[in-house]
Write a protein that binds this ligand. Structure first.
Ligand SMILES: Cc1cc2nc3c(=O)[nH]c(=O)nc-3n(C[C@H](O)[C@H](O)[C@H](O)COP(=O)(O)OP(=O)(O)OC[C@H]3O[C@@H](n4cnc5c(N)ncnc54)[C@H](O)[C@@H]3O)c2cc1C
Length: 432
């Protein structure tokens, strides 16, 4: 195999600067699961991937499904902001995929996919190669650390946790908040949209403010938002912050929350525990930097990201990549028009994608999608707010159906209960 072979192989390292280490190894990678019939391979067993795998099997049990996931257990992000302040445990957010194997005969492989050969229709993991007829990528997001001056991917998250992938980072940020003295300053920075979970940073602000009000009332949270204003549910967050945390839009010195739009983080100084936005530097006792994001690394390596080098353009009916045939992308990594990057969207995209893969493999016409998204955000330990919507494909674009959803009329406790119940349903659906 030579480098100019038409069926180029994209490699781990090519995008990260680690070089072409894997090339001779990949060229010799043996098939670890010889393919006998039709096979769909899914990479990533999170909110999108687990559902694609299950739905393909439900729709047509004659199609073999191989699900490749890097981690033995999946820790979901929704409601992880509650974990930061002791309202929920990470265990409550954790599932395994064993039930998918037991109940649906999905072949589970715990490994990291390090390369894709689209011409040979194979993925490469550390144990060897696995062939596919259709490949689905749902790898979530990676971070654009390199856009922040002074940010070291290996060490900065320890000092300034992002907690934007639930797990050890969540517990680290929780500990930083617990260890902070009363009267301390929490700094939280938000990247420019699009990013995973548009209302997520604002729910986090609410949860931290709730924690400070209860435990460290002389403290403050200062927010630098790279966007002009609050990206999602703005009227409800402002209302909730004013009601519970003394927020004053016109005077940020009042109350627990100082919110500043149009304030994009450009630089961090870990030693000084300071952030910079090009105009001023700001010190914090706890600093939560949420970096800008892009499609998960394997999507970059598979060659399915678009010209923006960030997200993966897909056909809005099938979720097949517009860049590479027979590779599909769902979840945070794909560009799905008006659908936000949420677990609920990933779930909806996964069902549409699975159905249309089965249609395609059976030589049938594709089915136009109708998606749903609901997203809950806690404002206090009890009250929550919601945004919901219905989305359809129109002229090749995914659009929100006018007047199909909207914001909950107010903050209320029922929404909080719905949120926990929604989460429970989602985790059960993914794991059984
Ligand atoms: C703080 C926070 C709060 C949130 N709250 C909500 C909410 O209330 N509601 C909501 O709907 N959404 C919420 N989200 C967003 C939601 O978590 C994501 O949109 C969703 O998880 C996206 O699903 P996905 O399948 O794209 O990625 P993920 O769910 O992240 O799954 C990706 C999986 O792929 C695996 N993987 C990646 N690369 C490889 C590889 N090369 N080989 C093998 N495996 C690989 C990973 O290990 C992971 O398990 C929140 C997010 C955050 C950060």
């Amino acid at each position: 195999m030579t480098m100019n072979r038409r069926s180029f192989i994209t490699l781990v390292g090519a995008a990260t600067g680690a070089g072409l280490l894997g090339f001779p190894y990949i060229s010799r990678a043996a098939d670890i699961m010889p393919k006998t019939g039709r096979r769909v391979v899914v990479v990533g067993g999170g909110s999108g991937g687990a559902i694609v795998a299950k739905q393909v099997r439900l729709a047509d049990p004659s199609i073999e499904v191989v699900l490749i996931e890097a981690e033995k257990s999946f820790i979901a992000c929704p409601l992880s902001n509650l974990v930061l302040v002791g309202m929920r445990t990470l265990d409550e957010n954790t599932i395994t995929l064993a039930g998918l194997q037991a109940n649906h005969n999905i072949k589970l492989v715990y490994d990291t996919v390090t390369a894709v050969d689209p011409a040979a229709k194979k993925v490469i993991c550390s144990a060897g190669a696995i062939a596919y007829d259709k490949l689905v990528l749902s790898p979530g997001v990676d971070f654009r650390f390199e856009e922040i001056e002074g940010y070291d991917a290996a060490t900065t998250p320890e000092a300034m946790p992002h907690a934007w992938k639930a797990g050890p980072q969540t517990l680290l940020l929780k500990k930083r908040l617990q260890d902070m003295k009363d009267g301390g300053v929490v700094v939280l920075t938000i990247p420019q949209a699009p990013f995973r979970c548009p209302p997520g940073p604002y729910e986090r602000i609410s949860m931290i403010a709730h924690y400070l009000k209860q435990n460290k009332p002389k403290s403050k949270i200062i927010v630098w938002d790279g966007n002009e204003t609050i990206v999602a549910k703005a009227p409800l967050f402002k209302k909730g912050w004013a009601k519970h945390y003394g927020y004053d839009e016109k005077d940020s010195s009042k109350g627990l929350i100082s919110y500043n739009g149009n304030s994009r983080l450009t630089k961090v100084d870990v030693k000084a525990m300071a952030v910079d936005n090009g105009i001023e530097a700001l010190k914090g006792d706890v600093i939560n930097v949420i970096p800008a994001q892009r499609a998960g690394l394997i999507a970059q390596l598979a060659g399915v990201v678009g010209p923006d080098k960030k997200w993966c353009p897909v056909d809005q009916i099938s979720f097949e990549s517009t860049q590479v045939k027979d590779i599909y992308v769902v979840g945070d990594s794909c560009s799905a028009g008006a659908l936000p990057k949420s677990a609920y969207s990933a779930n909806s995209e996964a069902k549409v994608c699975a159905l249309n893969i089965v249609q395609a493999l059976n030589g049938k016409e594709l089915i136009a999608p109708s998606h749903v998204n609901v997203c809950y955000s806690y404002i206090t330990d009890k009250e929550a707010v919601t945004v919901s919507g219905i989305y359809v494909e129109k002229d090749g674009k995914t659009i929100a159906v006018p007047n199909s959803g909207g914001l909950s009329p107010d903050l209320n406790e029922a929404e909080g209960n719905y949120a926990r119940s929604w989460m429970q349903n989602m985790l059960i659906e993914m794991s059984t």
